[in-house]
Design a protein around this ligand. Structure first.
Ligand code: ZN
Length: 130
């Protein structure tokens, strides 16, 4: 079985963020239902399944396409709650802490190790309200 997880560091103009996550390729998927997709997960009445719904155009389960560019909405989902570190040294220390914490568990696995997400170094971290 694959864990599909890793510890990912994002560098932006305002600092460094680190998170442990799976399915990181989601960062490159964009909904193409409208100009300003804002896709959230919506529970069905029976509460067992979730649908993606675009809050901008109300499309249910909009189609996604993979692009070269990072999707700021996904960056917010993955890194929005992270502590911001000023230096690479600090963020690498925190990444190592997270790694060791996971590996302390007998079942712990970090399939992709610690890696950097490239492509946002010259931008500020996306704002929630954009
Ligand atoms: Zn839409």
């Amino acid at each position: 079985m694959s864990a599909d997880n890793g510890i990912y560091i994002l560098r932006s103009l305002d600092g460094y963020r680190v998170t442990e996550a799976g399915a990181i390729e989601n960062l490159y998927w964009w909904a193409n239902c409208c100009d300003k997709p804002n896709v959230v997960q919506d529970a069905l009445e029976d509460g067992c399944f979730y649908h993606d719904v675009c809050q901008n155009c109300n499309t249910k389960d909009p189609k996604f396409e993979q692009r070269e560019e990072l999707n700021p909405k996904e960056l917010l989902k993955y890194f929005g709650k992270c502590t911001v570190y000023d230096t690479q040294k600090e963020v690498l220390e925190e990444a190592t802490n997270i790694f060791e914490e996971i590996m302390d568990d007998d079942m712990g696995i970090v399939e992709y190790g610690i890696s950097f997400i490239r492509g946002w170094e010259d931008k500020f971290f996306p704002n929630k309200n954009e």
